[in-house]
Every structure is written in structure tokens, then in C-alpha cells.
Design a protein around this ligand. Structure first.
Ligand code: ADP
Ligand code: ADP
Ligand code: ZN
Length: 220
């Protein structure tokens, strides 16, 4: 099963994708994570992407589509969770082609609906395990034991340079202008399911499980 998690920055896509990896053996395909890795290593892609990401603008469609293509060829698992991709109409078309070439197709687009003001608080409080990337929040999801990752036990955490209020506003504007307009394209095909992303992490998880486990909803 191949699915897209769609929603503005801070909607909870990464949190839910990580959980689906752990519980279902699916593979998270986060173009944000791939780009951050490229920046860290200093690849040609990373050198191009760094300033664009720091400004909260979108990296070019051809770069991110190529990253997804490479990852689809490496990954096994029971299906892909696209997280932060596609973000434009061109990327949505590229995804159709990339999946089609591999005899795959999109099964679901899960839209996380959230209140924009709450997102600023979510993003400015976000941090992650420096070892395994598990995501946490200063108020909403602290590690069970202070200073220790629930998933891997590491003690180092990190914050993203673009998780500040000003950049978040730009990222939200990019989402509204370029990403939200691709939803009707998936709606026409009956692929979209909406989830209340303002509910707790556990409630959102349960709703997504319900969608993925509903065989009726997969036969369309
Ligand atoms: P978030 O999940 O908080 O929205 P991401 O980690 O997905 O953030 O993305 C961080 C940044 O990486 C974006 O602001 C953008 O600059 C770049 N980026 C990630 N995915 C894409 C994409 N599919 N297309 C263009 N730019 C992207
Ligand atoms: P995205 O990948 O969509 O940008 P994340 O999954 O990284 O979003 O979530 C952003 C921040 O909000 C993280 O710190 C995460 O722990 C927290 N978070 C995620 N889902 C929820 C939720 N349902 N309620 C409260 N906080 C949440
Ligand atoms: Zn960890």
C-alpha cells in the first residue's frame, strides 16, 4: 500500500509516518529528511537546497522528484508513506509516473486538518532524537524519561534551524499557495480521507489505522 500524508508544516505527518514504520513495516519517504541529510553531507543537491530551506521556500521539483525515485528503488517494506512530497502539481505528476514505472499506484491520500495558529506552537516546540530521529515536543510529547529517547535510548536531541516563527509563516504560505491546490486532483479520484489533526497523537493514529484497515475503502 502506498499512501501520502498531506498537511501543512507541523500537522503531524512525520510523527504519524514514524509510527506507521514501526507498526506496519511501511517505509517513510520524507523529502525534508532526505534534503537535510544532503545538506549535512554537503552533496551538490545539499549545496543547492540549503539556503532555500532556511528561507522556508520550496526546493525545485526536479531535485525532490529525483530523490524520491532513488529512494523507491532502494526501499522494500510493505509500502511507502510519502511525507512532505508531493508539494506541487508537478511533483504530483512526477509521483504518478515514478509509481507507474514500478507497477505501483497510490492507494490513499490522508489529509491532516489543523488550525494554523496551533502549528506555530507545534513547530517552535519541536525537537527530535539526534540518533534515530524520533520526534518530540516541549509541551505535547516529552520523552517518558527526561533526556532519554523512548525509541532508542539515546541522550542527544536536536532542533531544526528552520523551525522558527518567521520561517514557519513562509512555509505555511507556500503550503497554501502550492500544495493545498493539489488536493482536488486526488479528491476527483476518491483517494482523499480527512483526519482531524488537532486531536491527540494517539487519536490521530487510531483514525489513520481505521482508514488503512478498512478494506472497503481500498477497493475503489
Ligand atoms: P515540514 O514537515 O515541517 O513541513 P519538511 O521537513 O517536509 O518540513 O521540509 C523542510 C523544507 O525542505 C521545506 O521548507 C522545503 O524547503 C524543503 N522541502 C521538503 N520537501 C520538499 C518538496 N517535496 N518540495 C520542495 N521542497 C521541499
Ligand atoms: P510535520 O512532519 O507534519 O511537519 P511533526 O510530526 O514533526 O509534523 O509534528 C510537529 C510537532 O508537533 C512535533 O514536535 C510533534 O511531536 C508534535 N505533534 C505531532 N502530532 C501532534 C498532535 N496530534 N498533537 C500535539 N502535538 C503533535
Ligand atoms: Zn532515538
Amino acid at each position: 500500500m502506498d499512501i501520502i500524508l498531506l498537511g501543512p508544516p507541523g500537522a503531524g505527518k512525520g510523527t504519524q509516518a514514524q509510527r506507521l514504520e514501526r507498526t506496519r513495516g511501511m517505509v517513510q519517504m520524507s523529502t525534508g529528511d532526505m534534503l537535510r541529510q544532503a545538506v549535512k553531507v554537503g552533496t551538490p543537491v545539499g549545496l543547492k537546497a540549503k539556503a532555500v530551506m532556511e528561507a522556508g521556500e520550496l526546493v525545485s521539483d526536479s531535485i525532490v522528484s529525483a530523490l524520491i525515485g532513488e529512494r523507491l528503488d532502494q526501499a522494500d517494506g510493505t509500502g511507502a508513506i510519502f511525507d512532505g512530497f508531493p508539494r506541487t502539481g508537478h511533483q504530483a505528476q512526477a509521483l504518478e509516473i515514478l509509481l507507474g514505472e514500478r507497477g505501483r499506484k497510490l492507494d490513499r491520500v490522508i489529509e491532516l486538518e489543523v488550525d494554523e495558529e496551533a502549528l506555530v506552537e507545534r513547530i517552535t516546540g519541536r525537537f527530535a532524537c539526534a540518533n534515530c530521529g524520533a520526534s518530540y515536543h516541549d509541551r505535547f510529547k516529552l520523552p517518558q524519561q527526561e533526556g532519554t529517547c523512548d525509541v532508542c535510548g539515546a541522550h542527544e536531541f536536536k532542533r531544526r534551524p528552520d523551525d522558527n516563527e518567521q520561517t514557519v509563516r513562509t512555509r505555511m504560505a507556500e503550503y497554501r499557495a502550492k500544495t493545498a491546490p493539489i488536493l482536488p486532483y486526488y479528491e476527483e479520484r476518491g483517494l482523499v480521507r480527512r483526519v482531524d489533526g488537532m486531536a491527540s497523537v494517539e487519536e490521530v493514529a487510531a483514525t489513520i489505522d481505521g482508514i488503512l484497515d478498512d478494506p472497503g475503502s481500498l477497493s475503489r
